[in-house]
Design a protein around this ligand. Structure first.
Ligand code: ZN
Length: 564
C-alpha cells in the first residue's frame, strides 16, 4: 500500500466517546494494577487510530485545500474533537486518582502522569463550544493564507512560489517581489486583524473559564510545558537580547558591506552576498533522489527510514496552486511511517526539507516501536532538537545539493541559524504581550510588534513596504494563529542544535552523532530538560547557555567568511 492509498475512515465520535467512558469506568473499577495497565494500553491504541484519521484528513486537506471533502472533514474534527479530548482528560484524571498510581508509574513512566496533570487543567465541559469555535477560527486563517495569490510580473503566484524572487540576487527584483507579497497580504490584513482579535478574546475567555488569569498559563499547558514556565523563557530571551543581538547586529553590518549597501532593508535580510545565496544545483525529482541517497549513505538507521518512506511514497514536495504553504512532517502510527510535506521552490528551503523535516521523520521512525504515544512523541521543543540538529549533521553531504557552493551554504546556514533566534524570541515576546493585554486593539497589537522588533533588530528598515512596514509581519506567522506560544520551541532547540554543530567542530561528526542518537532514543520518556541532561546537552535556561555556542559559531563564521 502506498501512502496515498492509506484508507481514511471517518471517526465515529459518538462511539469513541462511549468506548472511552467505558474504559474510564473499567479503569476506576480495576481490581489489579495489571488490569489498569491493560486499559491504559487499550485507550492508547484506540486514540492512535483516531489520531491517524485526524492526521490523514489534515494531510490530505493541506495537499489540496480546495478539496471539498477534506475541507469539510477539517470542520468535522474542529467541531467534534474537543468533546473527545475532554473525555480523554476524564480518563487521565482517573489515572491520577488511581490507587495503583505508584505501581503504574513504574510501568508506563512518570511522564504519562505529569502530562495527565497538565491535560486535566486545559479542558472542561464549560469550554467545549468555545474550543470548537477556536479551531474554526484557525481553519479560517489557514484558508485565507492558502488562497492568497501574488500578482507578480504578469503572473498570479501562490506565496510559496515567491521565495525565489524575494531572495533574488537582483535588489530591484527582491524589492518588487517583497512589495508584491505585501500588497497581496494587505488585501487580507483586515481579515487577519479580525480573526486574531476574535482568537485572542476567545482564548482569554477559555482561560478565565478554566480558572486562569489570562491565556499565557493555559498556552504553556497546551504546549505540554512540563519542566519550565514563562520565567525561564523570559530569562532565555533576556540572554538573547544581551548576548546574541549585538552579534547579529555586527553580522548584519558585515552583510550590508558585502552587498555594498549602507544599510539593509527588510527585503535584503535573507540575501547574504551580492550574487545571491547558494541555490541547489538540482531541483524537484533530482533533489528528492539526492535527499534519499544522503540518508542511505549516512547511517543504517537513516537508510532504513528513507527506504521505508520512499517505498510508501510518503512525501509530497512539489508546489501547486491550492496546496497549503510551508512544510511539515507528520506521522501515521498504523503504517509506522513519517510523512513529509513541502513546497519546493528552487531555494535552499528545498534542501532544508530533507535536512530539517528529515530529522523529525528520523525521530518518529526510531521511536516507532515504543508502546505508548507519549513515548513516541516527545514535547515540541524536544522534537525541534531532532530536526535542527540534523540540519548540521547533514553538512558533510551538502556538496551533493550545492556543488562547489557547499562551503558557502554551510556558513550561510550557520548565520541563518543565529539570525533565527532573535526572530523567534520576538514572536514569543509579542504573544506574551498580546495575551497579557487581551483588550489591545488590532492597531495597538501592530504597534507592539513594531516596538518589540526594534529591541531584537535595532536596525530593521522597511523602506516603505506595505504590510511588513506596518507592524504586520507577525500576521504571516502561522503558529501565532494556530499554535500559540509554539515559537520559542525553535529557539530553545536551536541553542541545542548549535551545541551539536559545535561538537562536530571540536570532536568530529561521529561524536556528535552519538550524542544525537542517545538523545533520539530517549523518545518521549523524559521531560525536555531531563532529556538534555541525560544526553549531555546544556540547558538553554542555564545562565551562560548561549555564551559557548556564540563563541564557537562566531569563530567558524570569522574563519570561513571568505567562503561566502
Ligand atoms: Zn520542525
Amino acid at each position: 500500500m502506498t501512502f496515498a492509498q492509506i484508507p481514511y475512515i471517518r471517526p465515529d465520535f459518538g462511539a469513541l466517546i462511549e468506548k472511552l467512558s467505558g474504559f474510564t469506568a473499567g479503569f476506576v473499577n480495576a481490581k489489579t494494577c495489571d488490569e489498569a495497565e491493560r486499559i491504559v494500553y487499550e485507550v492508547d491504541a484506540m486514540l492512535r487510530v483516531y489520531r491517524d484519521a485526524s492526521s490523514l484528513a489534515t494531510i490530505r486537506y493541506t495537499q489540496d485545500t480546495r478539496d471539498e471533502f477534506y475541507s469539510a472533514e477539517q470542520e468535522f474534527f474542529a467541531e467534534n474533537g474537543p468533546a473527545l479530548e475532554e473525555k480523554h482528560t476524564d480518563f487521565q484524571k482517573a489515572m491520577l486518582a488511581s490507587p495503583f498510581r505508584d505501581e503504574l508509574e513504574g510501568k508506563i513512566g512518570k511522564v504519562a502522569f505529569i502530562n495527565a496533570e497538565i491535560a486535566a487543567k486545559t479542558i472542561s465541559p464549560q469550554v467545549l463550544e468555545l474550543l470548537a469555535k477556536e479551531e474554526m477560527l484557525a481553519l479560517e486563517y489557514q484558508k485565507v493564507m492558502s488562497t492568497e495569490l501574488v500578482d507578480f510580473r504578469g503572473e498570479s503566484l501562490p506565496v510559496s512560489k515567491m521565495g525565489l524572487h524575494t531572495a533574488s540576487a537582483d535588489r530591484a527584483t527582491r524589492r518588487e517581489a517583497t512589495e508584491a507579497v505585501g500588497i497581496a497580504k494587505m488585501k487580507n490584513a483586515a481579515e487577519y486583524d479580525r480573526i486574531f482579535d476574535e482568537m485572542v478574546k476567545l482564548r482569554t475567555e477559555i482561560a478565565c473559564k478554566l480558572g486562569f488569569d489570562n491565556f499565557i498559563q493555559l498556552g504553556y499547558l497546551r504546549m505540554t510545558r512540563n519542566c519550565y514556565g514563562p520565567d525561564e523563557v523570559e530569562t532565555f530571551r533576556r540572554q538573547v537580547k544581551k548576548e546574541l543581538v549585538p552579534l547579529i547586529t555586527s553580522l548584519k553590518n558585515a552583510q550590508a558591506k558585502r552587498l555594498g549597501l549602507d544599510e539593509l532593508s527588510f527585503y535584503d535580510d535573507s540575501v547574504l552576498r551580492p550574487q545571491g545565496n547558494p541555490k541547489p544545483i538540482i531541483v524537484e525529482d533530482e533533489l528528492y533522489q539526492a535527499g534519499i541517497r544522503m540518508y542511505r549513505d549516512m547511517n543504517p538507521d537513516t537508510a532504513a527510514m528513507v527506504d521505508h518512506m520512499d517505498s510508501l511514497g510518503a512525501f509530497d514536495l512539489s508546489s501547486r496552486n491550492g496546496k497549503m504553504t510551508g512544510g511539515y512532517c507528520d506521522y501515521i502510527f498504523g503504517q509506522k511511517t513519517p510523512f513529509i510535506f513541502a513546497n519546493f521552490n528552487g531555494t535552499a528551503g528545498d534542501v532544508e526539507v530533507f535536512t530539517h523535516e528529515g530529522g523529525h521523520a528520523f525521530q518518529c521512525y526510531m521511536n516507532r516501536d515504543y508502546k505508548l504515544m507519549h513515548e513516541m512523541h516527545p514535547t515540541y521543543e524536544a522534537c525541534e532538537v531532532h530536526s535542527m540538529s540534523m540540519e548540521f549533521l547533514c553538512w558533510p553531504y551538502l556538496d551533493r545539493f550545492y556543488g562547489d557552493e557547499a562551503e558557502a551554504a554551510k556558513v550561510i546556514h550557520l548565520i541563518g541559524a543565529l539570525y533565527f533566534i532573535p526572530y523567534g524570541c520576538l514572536v514569543d515576546e509579542y504573544q506574551h504581550s498580546v495575551y497579557a493585554n487581551p483588550n489591545m486593539t488590532p492597531d495597538e497589537r501592530n504597534r507592539t510588534w513594531a516596538k518589540l522588533e526594534k529591541e531584537y533588530f535595532p536596525n530593521m528598515e522597511y523602506d516603505g513596504l506595505p504590510f511588513f512596514g506596518d507592524g504586520r509581519r507577525w500576521q504571516r506567522q502561522l503558529h501565532i494563529f494556530t499554535n500559540p506560544f509554539y515559537y520559542i520551541d525553535y529557539c530553545l532547540a536551536q541553542t541545542c542544535a548549535l551545541q551539536i554543530a559545535a561538537l562536530i567542530q571540536s570532536s568530529g561528526w561521529d561524536a556528535a552523532w552519538n550524542q544525537y542518537m542517545a538523545y533520539t532514543l530517549l523518545g518521549g520518556k523524559m521531560t525536555f530538560t531531563e532529556m538534555l541532561e541525560e544526553a549531555g546537552f546544556k540547558s538553554p535556561f542555564k545562565d551562560g547557555a548561549l555564551t559557548d555556542i556564540i563563541t564557537v559559531a562566531k569563530k567558524y563564521i570569522d574563519e570561513h567568511s571568505s567562503e561566502i
